[in-house]
Ligand binder design. Structure first.
Ligand code: XMP
Length: 510
């Protein structure tokens, strides 16, 4: 496996994903991980990521110098390249010019990670500092007019530094660079195959769980569905699932998921209709954070009651969760919790009921979760559903959530999504949904004036939801969607299309 040491780069995840896409297992550790932690993973190669700081700053995170004594190849990227120069006796100085964006490098030596590249290559830079003196034993492999040592290597010790980012698509032959490192230098094995990954997870669950019983919460989303399917394949009817219908889910979601699970032999599925409880607790509440809190707490209450009432007779030992890799890494790195509902479960349920936590997809990225799901024959329609927030439609109704508003929004959202699917646009969009404002405006129908709700349609292109661009929807399609919603859903007479980016806007409205 490859260890990626993360120095705070937004691209560290991308490096690990690219490595895995090339068939090699990759794990991310904090840049300052101890040598012991790194050695515990027995890496075949180490990649030092980029990062926002300067290696010259006081307190800049640096890798344990011992990584250069393990006898394994090391690739430094951007900040990692400078850290390598800095720690091995070279010199790094603040750059006179900042290089940012696309640049052309001159490949001075088509060797090492740059083997097979052309004399000139388009790459993506983002740096201020640069290496200005090579460490002993190193030779230059690439340069630009303003960065003499854009690439260097010590072929004997198998250390390689590149000032540019091979993991981003703007670097034309970035994949070749990573391939060279993995297969020419590290001689890594291609054993990260998605089918085998799924099979291994199933075998591991069998071994860990034995004849114990497992409880899983189904949310309607992809992660919990894939996690539950993997566990079901491993232990069949020893798995019990609780699906809380909060009344805040998308149209037909509860039926669709539960019908699918039942049809596929899921015997222990408990669908709890708690919509009335949620709605009555949300009555009169307008503050978004208070709504979130109420939903989180109510969810736990309902879930706990279901365990006590419906599952008391089963010897349940594990609580399974659909935690995925970025959830874990982000909460470890920043202390931030990825999903409040997921973390609530983690904190309260296992403790109260003396359960062990089982996280079958904790090492997978979202696209890998979907690919594993596909090897389990889960339908595309369930696997490729857009992300949906834990608090559901409650945060897509600005202000108070009422049964009337929920019904309007749920219907309008369903029409919107159906039109997107019919036109083939759905798959091009990262997340699309309708939102309702607590506002009635004038319209005209026949001879009469109407006062009805205003709806916003949101559709965004994004990679991870951290930043997003508004989706450039064809105008004819927008018109069709708008007519379809106003025609089919009573209570709406005006549709707006949201054209703000994140930042400064967010994806959701609350
Ligand atoms: P924002 O609105 O913050 O959304 O730009 C980014 C992504 O996060 C989802 N989101 C949530 N997910 N609980 C969740 O589980 C929440 O409270 C929550 N708020 C936003 C949102 O749908 C988008 O995918």
């Amino acid at each position: 496996m490859i260890v990626v040491l993360n120095f705070g780069s937004q691209f560290a995840h991308l490096i690990a994903r690219r490595v895995r896409d090339l068939g090699v297992r990759a794990e991310i550790l904090p840049g300052t991980a101890s040598l012991e932690e790194i050695k515990a993973l027995s890496p075949a190669g180490i990649i030092l990521s980029g990062g926002p700081m300067s290696v010259l700053d006081d307190g800049a995170p640096l890798p344990d110098k011992g990584v250069f004594t393990l006898g394994v190849p090391v690739l430094g990227i951007c900040y990692g390249h400078q850290a390598m120069a800095h720690l091995l006796g070279g010199k790094v100085t603040p750059g006179k010019e900042r290089e940012f964006g696309k640049e052309t490098i001159k490949v001075v030596a088509k060797k090492g990670v740059l083997k097979g590249l052309s004399a000139k290559e388009v790459v993506w830079f983002s740096h201020g500092d640069q290496a200005t003196k090579l460490p002993k034993g190193f030779t230059v492999t690439a340069s630009t007019p303003s960065c003499k040592y854009a690439g260097f290597m010590d072929a004997k010790r198998k250390f390689y530094g590149i000032q540019f980012h091979p993991e981003v698509t703007h670097t034309a032959h970035g994949t070749e660079v990573l391939k060279n490192f993995l297969f020419e230098i590290v001689n890594a094995k291609k054993d990260w195959k998605i089918k085998a990954v799924g099979e291994k997870i199933i075998a591991d669950i069998k071994e860990e769980v034995g004849d114990a019983h497992v409880l899983v919460g189904i949310s309607g989303g992809v992660d919990s569905l894939v996690a539950a399917t993997l566990i079901h394949r491993a232990i069949g009817n020893q798995l019990h699932a609780v699906f809380v219908d909060t009344g805040l889910l998308r149209k037909g979601e509860v039926e669709q998921v539960s019908t699918y699970l039942k049809k596929h032999g899921f015997k222990g599925l408990h669908v709890i209709d708690a919509s009335r409880i949620f709605l009555s607790k949300l009555s009169g509440i307008t503050d978004p954070e208070q709504k979130r809190k109420i939903i989180g707490h109510t969810f736990i209450e309902v879930f706990e009651k279901a365990i006590e009432e419906e599952l008391a007779d089963f010897p349940i030992k594990y609580l399974a969760q659909g935690t995925i890799y970025p959830d874990r890494i982000e909460s470890a790195a920043t202390g931030k919790q990825a999903s409040k509902i997921k973390s609530h479960h983690n904190l309260t349920l296992p403790e109260r009921f003396g359960l062990k936590v089982l996280e079958p997809i904790k090492d997978l990225y979202k696209d890998e979760v979907r690919r594993v799901g596909a090897t389990l024959d889960l339908p595309k329609e369930l696997l490729w559903r857009h992300p949906f927030p834990g608090p559901g439609l409650a945060i897509r109704i600005v202000g108070e959530v009422t049964p009337e508003r929920l019904e309007i929004l749920r219907d309008a959202d369903a029409v919107y999504i159906e039109e997107l699917k019919k036109s083939g646009e759905y798959e091009k969009i990262w997340q699309a949904f309708a939102a309702l404002f607590p506002l009635k405006v004038v319209g005209v129908m026949g001879d009469a004036r109407t006062y009805e709700y205003v709806l916003a349609l949101r559709a965004v292109d994004s990679v991870d939801g951290m930043s997003a661009d508004w989706h450039k929807m064809p105008p004819e399609l927008l018109e069709k969607i708008s007519s379809a919603i106003v025609g089919k859903v009573r209570g709406v007479n005006r549709i707006l299309y949201d054209v703000t980016q994140k930042p400064p806007a967010t994806i959701e409205y609350e």
